[in-house]
Design a binder for this molecule. Structure first.
Ligand code: XMP
Length: 476
């Protein structure tokens, strides 16, 4: 039997070539997550319960990538997480919350606390603007029995915009008048929208943010192939999810094809990514089943023990190459998922044909990842847990109230601690900086050029040793 050799990131290096790039800023990292969704940087956070909930997804979308929310929670909680991302940033809030001027200050305070915002437009039944109730108005309102109309900033003192205000006009109005909220009204003074200073600030601060057609941040969510997944998918799409990731350990399976067909029926042409797979055959069959993206990686993840437990898997560089070479023929983008330990691995993954990379443990332990910071001595940590770990199985059992005995669980992942790393933005800056340098070494102005220009050489363990800092004691 002929046994072919399969390789991973550390087995190879990329051959440098003459470059016309004079600065890293000439390297454009825009890429495709799916057939219809583009990202400004090729980074995707893993749908693990210790990596991606709404806080991570909001930050990643703002920085130019995307977060894939995990599914290990109730449908209601999952929907709320999607809504949090969608509410985090607006161009225009089309249906702003309003309150009647004859409600009491106490009622207004309760309403604000319930919906989690800082101010309200004031309008009566016909939606005509009467005033604005802002943070400042509440500051001195100690009598809760007073009426909203008595403490609001009244209509005649308000600066308003019209329904067709452009971003540039709105920015100018905010800067001229130092206001927090700009209500948009039609010729009858009826409210047609709202722009807030926070939204303007975010748009200026995060020029690479990935937004949907309505100006909201993009977000993906994972779904499984069992139980309530169809209902979950429908609710998530209704809440605004841009892409569903059908995520199972062995994505080249009848369960997957069945789920793709059912989900297409249930949620129409919403973008669907399928995974995880590791072969050209799986790539071909899933592309022909009509998916919009593929996720590659069987066992490369930092917390994975699939290869140890099952004896199955594929070293990640070869897996990406095999899947991508077929996916390209179908125009289906590929995510290289798992095993990324350093920025050079991202350059190699894209050079091998991936369009984006998914990271788990590198983003676990950041300020934005779910979970508490633990302290041991003078060191801080967070938990990073495999989705197929024993603890995760236990948690899942509680959520779904399954009757399955935990004795039957055969974990394919571990639970671990990772150092607390601070804001995820700091890591993203390093990773994207490394990627852009790699693009410069390969004379690649774009991700497509990088995919074409990369030429790999296989290296020995001595070559690998030579690659890191050696024979010195590194101090930074
Ligand atoms: P990294 O290396 O970035 O990998 O931490 C993240 C990816 O690992 C996968 N994953 C698992 N694989 N058992 C596995 O075999 C698990 O318990 C497990 N949990 C996560 C997943 O693809 C993730 O994106």
């Amino acid at each position: 039997m002929h046994i072919p050799l399969a390789l991973t990131y550390d087995d190879v290096l990329i051959v440098p070539r003459r470059s016309s790039l004079t600065s890293r800023s000439e390297a454009n990292t825009r890429t495709r997550l799916t057939k219809k969704i583009s990202l400004n940087i090729p980074l995707v956070t893993a749908n693990m319960d210790t990596v991606t909930e709404s806080e991570m997804a909001i930050t990643m979308a703002r920085l130019g990538g995307i977060g894939i929310l995990h599914r290990f929670m109730s449908i209601e909680d999952n929907v709320e997480e999607v809504k949090k991302v969608k509410r985090a940033q607006n161009l225009i809030i089309e249906h702003p919350y309003t309150i009647d001027p004859d409600k009491t200050v106490g009622e207004a305070k309760n309403y604000i606390a319930e919906i989690g915002i800082t101010g309200l437009l004031v309008a009566n039944g016909d939606n005509r603007l009467q005033g604005v109730l802002s943070r400042r108005d509440f500051l001195f309102a100690s009598d809760d029995t007073k009426l909203v109309r008595d403490i609001m900033t009244p209509r005649e003192k308000l600066v308003v915009g019209d329904a067709y205000a452009t971003f540039a006009q709105a920015k100018q109005i905010f800067s001229d008048h130092k206001i927090e909220k700009l209500p948009l009204v039609d010729h009858d003074d009826r409210i047609v929208g709202l722009i807030t200073s926070d939204d303007i600030k975010h748009i200026i601060e995060y020029p690479l943010a990935n937004r949907d057609e309505d100006g909201h941040l993009v977000v993906g969510v994972a779904v499984g192939v069992h139980g309530d997944y169809i209902e979950r998918a429908q609710e998530l799409v209704r809440a605004g999810a841009d892409v569903l990731v059908i995520d199972i350990a062995h994505g080249h399976s009848d369960l997957m094809f069945n789920a793709i067909a059912k989900l297409r029926d249930a949620v129409g042409d919403v973008q669907l990514i399928a995974g995880n797979i590791a072969t050209a055959h799986a790539s071909k069959e899933l592309c022909e089943a009509g998916v919009d993206g593929l996720k590659v990686g069987v066992g490369p993840g930092s917390i994975c023990i699939t290869r140890i437990v099952t004896g199955c898997g594929m070293p990640q560089l070869t897996a990406v190459m095999e899947v991508a070479k077929v996916a390209k023929q179908y125009g289906v983008p590929v995510i290289a998922d798992g095993g990324i330990q350093k920025s050079g691995d991202i350059v190699k993954a894209i050079g091998a044909g991936a369009d984006t990379v998914m990271l788990g443990s590198m983003f676990a332990g950041t300020t934005e990842s779910p979970g508490v910071v633990m302290t041991k001595g003078d060191k801080k940590f967070k938990i990073c847990r495999g989705s197929a770990s024993f603890t995760q199985a236990n948690k899942r059992k509680k959520i779904s109230q399954e009757n399955k005995s935990l004795k039957e669980v055969v974990p394919e992942g571990v639970e671990s601690i990772v150092p607390f790393k601070g804001p995820v933005e700091d890591i993203v800056v390093q990773l994207v900086g490394g990627l852009k340098s790699g693009m410069s070494y390969t004379n690649s102005h774009s991700i497509a050029e990088l995919q074409r220009n990369v030429e790999f050489v296989r290296i020995s363990s001595a070559g690998m040793k030579e690659s890191g800092a050696h024979d010195v004691q590194a101090i930074t």
